[in-house]
Design a protein around this ligand. Sequence first.
Ligand SMILES: [Mn+2]
Length: 333
Amino acid sequence: MLDSSTIESIGLALEEAEKILVIAHIAPDGDAISSLTATGVALKQLDKDYSLVCDDGLPKRFEYLALADEVETEPDRSISYDLIISLDCGDTDRMGKAYATLPDPIPPVINIDHHITNTNFGKINIVSAKANSTTEILYELLPELGVELTPDLSTCLLTGLLTDTLGFRTANVTSHTLRVASALLDSGINLFSILTRAMDLKDIATLLIWQKGLSNMKLEEGVLWTTITNQERAEAGHNGTSSFGLGNMMANVYQARMSAVIMELEDGRVSVGFRSRPPYSVSEVATDLGGGGHHQAAGCTIEGPLEQVEALVVSKSKQAIRMQRAELKANND
Ligand SMILES: [Mn+2]
């Protein structure tokens, strides 16, 4: 539950702000992008001036979200913003250039997030690792600020909840999660149509990148990993840094305790997406490598070359499995 003093300070910050910059994380997933559009819908209702920004723009499959066409890849340089709302970002790096290139003085930040590794970088922080998605936090928060739960808003909020729980399949889903979803559906929106567009429909490039990833896959000591080079990405016609569920698929293999998709990026750095099944956790490995995330899904971006990152990631993952096994065994004894 949100405490009333935090709600009050957010209400006050919004009231005083004239130009609000709303930022979702780089390489946005469904939760990031729908938190962004949901916040836009809310600010519009509250009659506030805002910009919705994500370095990497809005992925095509989320074009059905309200205000999708308002999402920009950089802040408006002619505006001097007086408030930032950061969404689904565990640290300020996740806001990318949208934040890093802002002129001084940097306006105060409202940090709304559910990553267990969140660094509480905001002036106001609403960080709840218990929430299944950042949109679940917005579902609690926005009505407290006088925002009405319209079908457009509910569609955004449910999209974040569905995508971050992989369609209610993750370990943190509870009856509460389903009650939130149920309340959102009561505003007159259609679960099937959101599920289909947000999670099922995909570009052929996605299957081609899976094909590359699966053929490069290796399994050692419970770590199932793959590497994807820039050339392979180009051949698949794949843009961006997401593997669109390949890591999730690989973590759901009996022989795997952790999975890692290690992908070369155009600038020579390498992005790593980690996944695991309980009781194993990948958030510590990702944090150790300069990233962050959740127990079952985390990631980081490291300087290349690819082969070096691969060796590092595999050895760190094996080590994490050994340590976590030992801890589990000690706890069971
Ligand atoms: Mn999220």
